[in-house]
Write a protein that binds this ligand. Structure first.
Ligand SMILES: *Cc1c(COP(=O)(O)O)cnc(C)c1O
Length: 478
């Protein structure tokens, strides 16, 4: 497909704006461009076709099953989009006087209240823009908490090897050193290993729960107790709250800080760069350190001299919070547990449908997602997780299936990480399971064809390293 610049032809264009009816004002000296901007010239029809063609090359949850493990690519009710698009929410400015934004303040209060109740925390803050940003913010709270007691010795954050990759990265960004602990054969924290590294230098523990294997740690109360007894604090990575929402609460399990991904669990579509919201919740003791919005969105600023500062402008991505509030209000308290029940049911159903040919990497039931290892398939038939994922795209029994997450978590070789999500029907999951099983059968009989997959996708196998290291994001042509 040609770039819009390549389609451009001098002289074409479209004038959809009426003639200017106010006097033209010259730009201040030095502010004007020396050369005109190089913008493409196309007529309106061509522009429309160009963007329609681009949109058709994209795969999203509206196109088909999207079991991208850890990402919760679920259906988000369109009504929440409409509500977040109401002019009363979109046409405001963060510095407007307080009496003109009472409705918006009410939405923020509502959403914070519901999320406090769902997480079991005492305070919720919407400033962080995404999950990893919420992690950084939460860890800065932990740091500020220890420092406020004059305890500077707590420099280490314990992170299990089954944590999401952002956890250790955020700990380093917050100025901690990371102590990695291995999982046991059951995929959960090895308590002896945890005790061995916990001590007076422990600032806290970061737990992704369910972990990246899709497992809920059965020793969670013992784990948080060990950390608290050593004087540390517990951080709950709640990016995948769809696994537990309305069933159990991090605040009741001994956690002091939690972040949520409103753009996963709470009805903001994501992928493609945002906007998101990594809402952070914490217990009373850490609330004085929460970031301040610096405007009417946040009252009581003068009472929080210990605040860690701002992590983003104003109150964060407000419209993401509007969607979350709309979603929670629609569900109501009695239906929120259905999120978790369906997420867990769907994942276990699909895992069982695959088990005979594609057994999970760890035993036991899973939570909202499960992980397969294709190590044996690779050893016996030379079919890798990448080949498998690419071949899924060609499966006609389930048109428009997006491959699952591959090569993550790192502790599973040739991993496929599958998250069907709570919004898929049994029929769709059956079709997807059939597609997985068909690819498996094909691997046994015709592995060569898998290595040539995909045949039907718009692009086949781009050089991912080159795309990441030498991205071409500018048009250099004529
Ligand atoms: C997605 C995810 C994150 C990171 O969230 P971003 O919004 O991508 O920064 C962190 N932890 C877990 C468990 C996740 O699934």
């Amino acid at each position: 497909m040609k770039l819009i610049f390549e389609k451009s032809r001098e002289g074409l264009g479209c004038t959809i704006l009426p003639p200017c009816d106010v006097p033209a004002a010259p730009l201040p000296e030095g502010m004007a461009r020396k050369k005109p901007a190089r913008l493409p010239s196309l007529d309106e029809n061509q522009i429309s076709r160009h963007y329609s063609a681009l949109a058709k090359r994209v795969f999203g949850v509206n196109d088909g099953f999207y079991p991208l493990g850890s990402c919760t690519m679920k259906y988000n009710p369109k009504m929440n989009e409409e509500l977040a698009g109401l002019p009363g929410f979109t046409d405001i400015h963060p510095l407007q006087p307080e009496h003109t934004v009472q409705g918006c303040l009410k939405v923020l209060d509502l959403a914070a209240g519901y999320l406090r109740e769902i997480t079991g925390m005492d305070a919720v803050n919407f400033q962080p823009a995404a999950g990893a940003h919420g992690e950084l913010t939460g860890l800065l709270l932990i740091k500020a908490g220890h420092e406020s007691r004059g305890d500077a010795a707590r420099t280490k954050i314990i992170v299990p090897d089954s944590a999401h990759g952002t956890n250790p990265a955020s700990a380093v960004m917050a100025g901690f050193s990371v102590v990695n602990i291995p999982s046991g054969p059951d995929g959960c924290i090895d308590l002896a290993a945890l005790k061995a590294v916990t001590g007076p230098d422990t600032a806290g523990l970061m737990l992704t729960n369910p972990n990246t294997l899709g497992l809920f740690d059965p020793n969670i109360l013992e784990i948080t107790r060990i950390i608290h007894e050593a004087g540390g604090l517990n951080y709950y990575d709640g990016a995948n709250l769809n696994a537990i929402a309305g069933i159990v609460r991090p605040g009741d399990m001994g956690f002091d800080v939690v972040h949520l991904n409103l753009h996963k669990t709470f009805s903001t579509p994501h992928g493609g760069g945002g906007p998101g919201s990594g809402a952070v919740g914490c217990k009373e003791a850490l609330a004085p350190f929460l970031p301040l919005a610096g405007n009417v969105m946040e009252r009581g600023a003068e009472e929080r001299p210990q605040c860690i500062g701002r992590v983003r402008a104003f109150g964060g991505n407000f419209l993401v919070v509007v969607r979350a509030a709309a979603y929670l209000l629609t569900l109501g308290k009695e239906n929120i547990p259905e999120i978790a029940r369906n997420a867990v049911l769907n994942a276990n159903y699909m895992m069982e449908r695959l088990r005979a040919k594609l057994p999970p990497a760890y035993p036991g039931p899973c939570m909202h997602e499960f992980v397969l290892s294709l190590e044996k398939l690779k050893a016996d038939y030379g079919v890798s997780a990448l080949d498998f994922a690419k071949a899924l795209q060609d499966q006609r029994s389930c048109p428009g299936i997006h491959p699952p997450t591959i090569y993550f978590p790192l502790i599973v070789h040739e991993a496929l990480m599958v998250e069907p999500t709570e919004t898929e029907s049994r029929e769709t999951i059956d079709d997807a399971a059939d597609a997985f099983l068909a690819v498996y059968d094909q691997a046994l009989t015709d592995s060569e064809s898998l290595r040539a997959a995909p045949r039907t996708a718009v692009i086949g196998r781009p050089d991912e390293v080159k795309a990441a290291r030498q991205p071409v994001v500018r048009f250099h042509g004529a």
